[in-house]
Write a protein that binds this ligand. Structure first.
Ligand SMILES: NC(=O)C1=CN([C@@H]2O[C@H](COP(=O)(O)OP(=O)(O)OC[C@H]3O[C@@H](n4cnc5c(N)ncnc54)[C@H](OP(=O)(O)O)[C@@H]3O)[C@@H](O)[C@H]2O)C=CC1
Ligand SMILES: N[C@@H](CC=O)C(=O)O
Length: 428
């Protein structure tokens, strides 16, 4: 049996997992596809680097052309990361008739439309299941499983590094910097972890999910992203006391074609299934008009979970090759994109204020909420005996973002408010 030849761009965390699964599951893969799958060439930066997998050195190359220009190679698996140079390699490979599998969310969030168009021109497949939520087959669920429904909301814990950090801070009182270092050592974090902790990685994943879920061409610049670098132990502890866990959530909503997409640290009620998604695990909570609420859970990063999705894409491409139906990955035409205004985005909010502890202060604060028609669910006060300052936590009912901005602007200028310590969206 003539094997299907695969070229791998990258042999880091994910690439190593791909080699392990293709070699270790070869018999099962052959049974499922009717073909042997051979990793014929592997692009790396440095051939002499010590690796934790043994590969035939003749397969390693530092020249990308040995992969994307090799006429024997049918499928290119891109697990090297990067955007501009990588995009150029992928477009060239597509031009050479190669099918593409990528785990690269940065690339797909920024240039997905162009890459898919080039694939269509060349009757090639482009699959990118591993680009969102590592080992969870969420892209297939949105594209195939829910093709009959209209998705109204996608809420996801889609960054393993930040979920790992927040979990350790919540459960062990660990310090932010120490846990970040651990996540890097475990291979969860991006090469530059700023994109994890500042919410950019999650924003890229939410761009992909909302584009697929809402059939709209959502751009990365449409996503409002805020990370976890300002989340304090104090916020986490206060949240816990009131029955919430702090999670970095991607939240995409679609009401009658009006869309909003954001990434932000969120107070998630303990009773909500997303509150108990811990460690490097990811989960995506999808609500559809017909199906109702659903949740997908699993490992969101790491060598083997991520490689599982990559190799599943490989199986899909090989099956398509057998059937002669490659090039079907093109999206249906997008619907017109209408982004929600601040007046159309509503949520409950958690606000922690440091205020002067004297008569009438609470009345002044609640008056401001009333003026902007923000209704309050509850107010808690923690007096501080050692100084004339109190901590007040306010939970609002659903309030629109425009009103909340007005309230917070007014708080900035009030003498009795010493600090707006934190503001979180509340879910659940
Ligand atoms: N790590 C994870 O859990 C997940 C990662 N991803 C995505 O998968 C992709 C790969 O991630 P990961 O495996 O962690 O990355 P790593 O940094 O571990 O590995 C990158 C690999 O690509 C090679 N490489 C990088 N740049 C070049 C270049 N310019 N020329 C040639 N080779 C190059 C490196 O070579 P060398 O080994 O010689 O340095 C290395 O083998 C990224 O897009 C990432 O966002 C997606 C989901 C989860
Ligand atoms: N850095 C990412 C890796 C997977 O996409 C994460 O932590 O989730």
């Amino acid at each position: 049996m003539k094997p299907i030849k695969v070229g791998l761009l990258g042999l880091g965390t994910v690439g190593t997992g791909v080699v392990r699964i293709v070699e270790g599951h070869q018999e099962d893969l052959q049974r499922q596809t009717g073909s042997a799958i051979e990793i014929a060439k592997i692009l790396v930066q440095d051939k002499s680097k010590l690796r934790n997998i043994s590969v035939d050195v003749d397969k390693l190359t530092e020249n990308v052309w040995d992969v994307i220009g090799d006429s024997e190679i049918d499928i290119v698996v891109e697990v090297m990361g990067g955007v501009e140079a990588t995009k150029a390699h992928i477009l060239t490979a597509l031009g050479n008739g190669k099918h593409i599998i990528t785990a690269n969310k940065d690339l797909m969030a920024m240039h997905g439309a162009e890459i898919l168009a080039k694939a269509a021109e060349n009757n090639c497949d482009v699959f990118y299941e591993a680009s969102v939520a590592g080992g969870i087959p969420i892209i297939r669920a949105l594209v195939e499983g829910f093709s009959s429904d209209r998705i109204t909301k996608i809420m996801g814990i889609v960054n393993g590094t930040t979920n790992y950090i927040l979990t350790k801070m919540s459960q062990e009182g660990a310090a932010y910097a120490d846990v970040l270092k651990e996540a890097q050592e475990l291979g969860y974090a991006e090469a530059d972890p700023t994109s994890d902790v500042e919410g950019l990685d999650a924003a890229r994943k939410m761009t992909i999910l909302s584009t697929l879920g809402f059939h709209a061409n959502v751009a990365l610049s449409d996503v409002e992203a805020k990370g976890i670098s300002k989340v304090t132990k104090e916020d986490i502890q206060y949240g816990k006391k009131l029955g919430y866990e702090v999670k970095l959530l991607g939240i995409a909503e679609n009401h009658d074609g009006h869309i909003s997409v954001s990434v932000q640290p969120t107070m998630v009620k303990n009773s909500h299934p997303l509150a108990s998604v811990n460690g490097v695990f990811n989960a995506v909570y999808v609500t559809g008009e017909a199906v109702g609420e659903t949740m997908f859970y699993g490992a969101g990063a790491g060598e083997l979970p991520t490689a599982t999705s990559v190799v599943a894409d490989l199986v899909a491409v090989v099956r398509n090759l057998k059937l002669g139906i490659n090039g079907r990955t093109v999206q249906a035409p997008y619907k017109e994109k209408k982004l929600k205004t601040d007046e159309q985005i509503a949520s409950k909010n958690f606000i922690l204020l440091h205020v002067e502890d004297k008569a009438g202060v609470l009345a002044q604060i609640t008056q401001i909420f009333a003026e902007h028609e923000v209704s309050l669910e509850s107010v808690f006060q923690h007096p501080n005996k050692s100084n004339p300052k109190a901590e007040i936590i306010i939970i609002t009912h659903d309030a629109n973002q425009a009103s909340m901005k007005n309230v917070l602007n007014q708080f900035e200028s009030m003498d009795v408010i010493h600090a707006i310590k934190s503001v979180y969206r509340v879910e659940g």
